[in-house]
Design a protein. Structure first.
Length: 274
């Protein structure tokens, strides 16, 4: 599954009111470190409430009106620097970032990177007895060839951000609550941003396409924490623990001012402002 030793950056309990781009900026900085010879990283994180757009979403004709509607309802909106389409984040969504060096990988081969994320998530959920499948789920939000599903219902989407020497593979995992309610929410955004024109190429989201691990895998109301612990267990043989030489040299996270500068850079380069 994972060939490299790996640092675990576990931010499951960090639900501070960070800028929604904070975790993406942290991924960007950790990816640079990995590309300079640092270890691979697994970053597990949540965000209390935000609406993350893909670049194409922000170009829909009434995107600004739709973003204003979201923000008036308490949903900060940002455009991410990886691929994919609109995704709502809340405390019931677990985000996984695998940050891996490009050395030894076929340049531009996103499938091999996506396969690693798929393998990790499938391994983490193997004990549930549910089969995790990959492939496009029609009607799901943030659709892609590596939609992960159980019995035909999507619970996870995967996107990628490739730097020159390392790559971030990002997955959002709908763990707790109602997947259908989240899908209806995303559909409302697209209906407003498109002006009701379904011919613009945006995802045509259907509520029944998406579920949570609480609903699909029987993980219970604390499914996010159960899933995160299953990921840690799946990675355990590869994790670098406190006290090891690699941990001592590589574990400190970037300083807050460095993360803040990276947030500003992402907003300037990919921001939704017109």
């Amino acid at each position: 599954m994972m060939e490299q030793d790996m640092l675990l950056v576990d931010r499951m309990n960090d639900l501070a009111a960070h800028d929604p781009l904070y975790s993406f900026a942290l991924d960007e900085l950790l990816c640079r470190r990995t590309g300079r010879g640092g270890p691979a990283v697994c970053h597990i994180w949540r965000h209390p409430q935000a609406f993350i757009l893909g670049a194409q979403d922000a170009r829909l004709p009434y995107a600004r009106e739709a973003m204003d509607w979201l923000e008036s309802g308490g949903w900060p909106v940002v455009v991410r620097n990886s691929g994919g389409a609109a995704v709502p984040l809340d405390g019931g969504v677990v985000n996984l970032s695998l940050i891996l060096p490009n050395a030894g990988l076929q340049h531009g081969s996103y499938r091999s990177d996506f396969e690693r994320m798929y393998a990790l998530i499938a391994s983490a959920l193997q004990y549930t007895g549910r089969k995790v499948e990959k492939g496009l789920i029609k009607g799901a939000y943030c659709p892609g060839d590596y939609d992960l599903s159980i019995e035909g219902v999507k619970f996870c989407g995967i996107a990628q951000r490739r730097q020159a020497k390392a790559t971030v593979i990002q997955a959002f995992v709908v763990a707790e609550g109602s997947g259908g309610e989240r899908a209806r929410f995303v559909r409302s955004f697209y209906d407003m941003a498109s002006g009701g024109d379904d011919s613009l190429g945006h995802p045509l989201v259907v509520p029944g396409s998406t579920g949570s691990l609480e609903e699909l895998a029987g993980l219970g109301p604390m499914a996010g924490f159960v899933f995160a612990e299953a990921v840690r267990s799946a990675l355990a043989p590869r994790l670098l623990w406190p006290g090891s030489t690699a941990w001592t040299e590589q574990s400190p996270l970037p300083e807050q001012d460095e993360i803040a500068a990276a947030v500003d850079m992402l907003r300037a380069r990919y921001g939704s402002e017109e």
